[in-house]
Design a protein around this ligand. Structure first.
Ligand code: DLZ
Length: 223
């Protein structure tokens, strides 16, 4: 990492091998999202998070991120509960949770395959893998890119999503990493996704993956 004023600074490299991470991303501004998702996955894996412990879901736009993050987390809790109870009475709840966790695939077809990115483009529902950790997510990364237009849309959505994601993490206690770019221009987005020709900035998804691992590990210690 270069020594600049901005950025998270040097951090210890945390071991993500015991973590289960959820990623929820918007599909609006797909070129940016695809690069940011790649950056996030790259750092998660560099920190030892295993493919089978990463679940990726998508929603149409950033506005949908807070609810989806909340539902993903509660579904993972239910799924984990059932693995402890061994099915039985929790069965109905669990199959609902599995539908939510494994039921859809990202539309960003260039992305590497991960545990829940297994669906076909036909939209066929697939169940979550049982190979991975059965605990609730240790952190969720919410990824979106809002680009300012000529109306007040950008301001309302940026504000609502920021507050929504904060509310989810404070209410559930699971770290929700803020991967929402609030962009005044498309150029700003290309720079922050590491896609600009001048390579002015790095891919911010890389920071989000590292933050998810750090917070996931620290939260285990916080109880
Ligand atoms: C409608 C809309 C617009 C105009 N712009 C964006 C954007 O730049 N980034 C984004 O993630 N989503 C955008 N959306 C979609 C909204 O977030 C949301 O999906 C719809 O209003 C439906 O609730």
């Amino acid at each position: 990492m270069t020594s600049t004023l901005k950025g998270p600074g040097e951090a210890k490299k945390y071991d993500g091998s015991a973590l289960r991470i959820g990623i929820i991303h918007a599909r609006w501004n797909t070129k940016l999202i695809s690069a940011l998702l790649d950056g996030t996955l790259k750092t998660l894996k560099a920190h030892g998070v295993r493919d089978e412990n990463i679940t990726i879901q998508s929603v149409p736009g950033s506005y949908e991120l807070p609810l989806a993050a909340q539902k993903m987390y509660t579904a993972s809790q239910q799924q984990s509960q059932s693995s402890i109870l061994g099915g039985g009475a929790a069965g109905g709840l669990v199959s609902a949770a599995q539908d939510l966790l494994g039921g859809s695939t990202t539309d960003l077809t260039s992305l590497p395959k991960t545990s829940s990115d297994q669906g076909s483009s036909s939209g066929e529902t697939q169940k979550s893998t049982t190979k991975g950790l059965q605990q609730p997510f240790d952190a969720i990364v919410a990824i979106g890119a809002l680009i300012k237009g000529s109306t007040m849309h950008f301001e309302y959505i940026s504000d609502a999503v920021s507050h929504g994601l904060m509310k989810v993490q404070l209410e559930t206690g699971v770290p929700v990493i803020f991967g929402l770019l609030t962009l005044l221009t498309e150029e700003q987005g290309l720079e922050r996704a590491g896609l600009d020709e001048g390579k002015k900035m790095h891919n911010h998804g890389e920071d989000w993956g590292a933050a998810a691992v750090e917070l996931g590990v620290k939260r285990k210690g916080w109880g």
